[in-house]
Ligand binder design. Sequence first.
Ligand code: GLU
Length: 301
Amino acid sequence: MMATRRALAALLLALALAGCGKSGSPPVKGPKAELLPHYAVAKDFSLPDSSVWRRAKNRGHLIVGAKEDQPYLGEKDPATGVYTGFDIEIAKMMSASLGFEPSTIQFKTIASANRETALQNGQIDYYVGTYTINDNRKKLVGFAGPYYMAGQGLLVRTDENGLTTPQDFDGKRVCSAAGSTPYQRMEKDYPKVDMVAYDTYSVCVDNLLTFQVDAVTTDDTILSGYAAKVPDELKVVGKPFSKEPYGIGVPKSDNALRFALDDAIEAHEKNGDWKKAYDATLGLSGRPPAPAPPIDRYPAS
Ligand code: GLU
């Protein structure tokens, strides 16, 4: 009986993620197109020192890596192929600043474990998708930003009580995405937790709703998005136990692009675009607004 209810919840979540309400109506809470800002495209912008920019200029548009199953951050409507969310808005602001009309961006879904390779082999021009800046990754790619600060959290079923810290999950099954910092932290700092990895967090959430795992762990931003979609079934517990500064991933050698994106993030924070975009996307998941962290314009190595 319970299992049937959860299977139904998993289906509901899938429908919510697909952008369908109960009777084909739009989801109750979701990015509202009419509230999203329009970003002014920079006229006569040129960045000849950036090989990524020159390649995009020849092509006529940008190719941006993103997530497609993270509510309020990066979500793809399977019917229309349109991507929405806070990360998608950041990608659009960057496009406008680089002189490309945001509506021409070609988004490509890239899973957490494949981001560095996608940037290294030129599959994408830059990546915006809950991508934590850290020293290990900086050996492989460059990061503009940060443009947002998240923290690792835990998502459980609503009827779960008393499990709120990572230690509470010793001997229990906890799911996260392969190649993610939350997965790596659990393996290193909480070795008694039985970790399960999938390519995406939405598969982890399906496993949680159907009792295959006891929790999902990743950034609180991502988790509160899932909880907001099916609040009767899922809740975020405890306090964030890490700092996850989100950066825009670029090829490591393209410092010109990285610095241009640092400037662009700063400009869109100053002119109010960042706040408007936040309110119309991630803000709808119920997260209290937090100021953007300072840009870390680290020198070229
Ligand atoms: N921010 C974390 C990371 O970059 C988790 C989210 C994700 O996998 O995108 O690994």
